[in-house]
Design a binder for this molecule. Structure first.
Ligand SMILES: Cc1cc2nc3c(=O)[nH]c(=O)nc-3n(C[C@H](O)[C@H](O)[C@H](O)COP(=O)(O)OP(=O)(O)OC[C@H]3O[C@@H](n4cnc5c(N)ncnc54)[C@H](O)[C@@H]3O)c2cc1C
Ligand code: FES
Length: 508
């Protein structure tokens, strides 16, 4: 069996997620010959696999094409809370939009949570699914009013919310908490692998290690893969996290945030609820069952992807945890990223304004397990002609300039600045690189991404991200080349780990 994320394993296998280490899943063949299907799904994360299974259930002939392994993206690297409580979202949605939009957001997420439960039961997926309350807590007295407001607004919208003064099982200062009842946690890869097995049993043709590189929109649409095989399909779902074919400017309407996760053995008992603080950056907590007993999961240290020192972030997360919990040892560490929409709402629907044949879903705000499940079903409903109550609210072609405007300007100004300033930066020398270290060297258009391996050999790639040309930076923990603009990541040999890029960094 190959580890679920065999690409990044070649650089720094210690940063495989616990989920990837403990569930490898069934292997699916590469696509080696052309295919013709009713619907093609690109991307085997929670959105893609859920959509493929739903489409097969509606009687369509479906192909699912995944660049690496099923679940090797964000869906296999998160903190695995399945919930409709997302930090403090509801009072903000009511103030930026109205009750109707906020209610639709809550109902869609509750429906996603219910669908995960139903699918796990229907397909007998053993995925450590446990019903738990989920909390967002104020880390100090100053956050109390916002937390109370979140609880009141969410309850008014019909969500299972209450306000609590204290959280007795947490060894941290708490200025009040909003509690959502009947939420869940699970092992996301055991779930996703089970879902992929169910999809395959229902006739979905799953192809792993098959990267899609282009799409011709027509009747049928035609997808071309890296090694030449094509898929022709009446409908296409682009479920690649951030869409790889982007005429809807999704990369400008979201920004990627990367966060860090660790699993620790504690001397004392592990808190059993699911928790998220209102700090900036926030901290996330939950228990994880493992063969060695219950472990504490801690997540946090979020930042814009490609713009921080990863080793320092891991160190800081561990320090935060050790100051509050009786940590015996840290067992696992990893990081991942998700796309944050400027206007707070996920985008689920048409990829391009004038076609119903190509659909996408993105902008899950680090809450894509319940929401991504609902999104996969919305996309499948759209293709099979079934009405869906939330399709219009989250259609990407909506326009809410007041809600998304300031964030749109800030994030795109930042990307523009990175594009130019990184070209003018004064760079170090190759001689300064220690074994196992990488850096961008050179200047202007000739900048190189240079890595000195443990044996001392230098490896040089172009430093220009193949998406839109920003200069990549070296991730000194995972040992990858990460783009600071829209989240593409590349392995040390230049191969794409994560899009929106689809082409490798060429050697220099
Ligand atoms: C630190 C962190 C913690 C999180 N914790 C939670 C949580 O507790 N609860 C929750 O609900 N959400 C959580 N999330 C968010 C959640 O993990 C994501 O929203 C969700 O997994 C996104 O699913 P997806 O299917 O869109 O993307 P992915 O899982 O990334 O799937 C996309 C797939 O597309 C494939 N792909 C990409 N390009 C191509 C191509 N060219 N050809 C073929 N395939 C391609 C990729 O390899 C990948 O497998 C967290 C996110 C982060 C960053
Ligand atoms: S991801 Fe867009 S330029 Fe790199």
């Amino acid at each position: 069996m190959t580890a679920v994320d065999d690409r990044s394993a070649t650089a720094a296998p210690q940063y495989l997620s616990y989920w990837a280490k403990s569930s490898t899943g069934e292997e699916h063949p590469e696509l080696s010959a052309d295919l013709q299907v009713d619907a093609a799904v690109v991307g085997g994360g929670i959105i893609g696999v859920t959509a493929a299974l739903a489409l097969a259930g509606a009687g369509l002939d479906v192909a699912l094409v995944e660049a690496r392994r099923i679940g090797s993206g964000a869906s296999g690297y998160n903190t695995a809370k399945v919930s409709s409580l997302h930090a403090t979202t509801y009072y903000k949605l009511v103030s930026s939009y109205d009750d109707e939009v906020a209610r639709a957001y809550g109902q869609m997420n509750e429906a996603g949570l219910a669908a995960v439960r139903e699918l796990a039961a229907e397909h007998s997926i053993e995925c450590d699914l446990r019903e738990k309350p989920n909390y967002t807590y104020a880390a100090g007295a100053q956050g109390r009013d916002s937390i109370r407001e979140e609880a009141e607004v969410a309850a008014r919208l019909g969500l299972p919310a209450t306000f609590e003064d204290d959280l007795p099982e947490l060894p941290v200062a708490v200025g009040g908490a909003v509690r959502f009842e009947r939420q869940a946690e699970f092992h996301p890869l055991k779930y996703l692998h089970g879902l992929a097995r169910a999809a395959s049993d229902a006739g979905v043709r799953i192809h792993e290690r098959t990267r899609v590189v282009s799409l011709d929109q027509g009747e049928p649409c035609e997808l071309r893969t890296e090694r030449g095989a094509r898929v022709r399909a009446g409908h296409v779902i682009v479920a690649t996290h951030l869409p790889i074919f982007d005429r809807g400017l999704y990369f400008a309407r979201t920004h990627p945030e990367r966060s860090y996760v660790m699993l620790a053995t504690l001397r004392d008992s592990v808190p059993q609820g699911m928790y998220l603080s209102d700090e900036s950056p926030a901290h996330s907590l939950r228990a994880v069952p493992s063969p060695a007993g219950e472990l504490l999961m801690v997540g946090g240290e979020s930042h814009k992807a490609g713009q921080s020192d990863a080793t320092e972030r891991y160190r800081s997360l561990e320090e935060w945890t050790r100051e509050r919990f009786s940590v015996v040892s840290v067992e696992h560490r990893w990081a991942t990223q998700d796309n944050i929409p400027n206007d707070t709402l996920p985008m689920i629907g048409r990829l391009w304004p004038f076609s119903d044949r190509v659909l996408t879903a993105t902008g899950m705000r680090k809450w894509g397990l319940a929401m991504g499940t609902a999104a996969g079903r919305i996309l499948a409903d759209r293709i099979s002609g079934r009405p869906n109550p939330w399709a219009d609210t989250f259609d990407p072609m909506r326009l809410h300039p007041a809600a998304g405007g300031p964030s749109f300007i800030k994030e795109n100004a930042d990307d523009g600045a990175r594009f130019f300033i990184d070209r003018l930066r004064r760079r170090g020398d190759a001689e300064d690189l220690a074994p196992g270290q990488g850096a961008v060297l050179g200047s202007g258009l000739g900048q190189r991404a240079v890595y000195r391996d443990e044996a001392g050999t230098m490896h040089e790639l172009s430093a220009r991200c193949t998406h839109l040309g920003c200069i990549v930076s070296f991730n000194n923990a995972e040992r990858t080349w990460d783009c600071p603009c829209h989240g593409s990541r590349f392995a040390l040999d230049g191969e794409v780990i994560e899009g929106p890029a689809v082409r490798p960094l060429p050697p220099r």
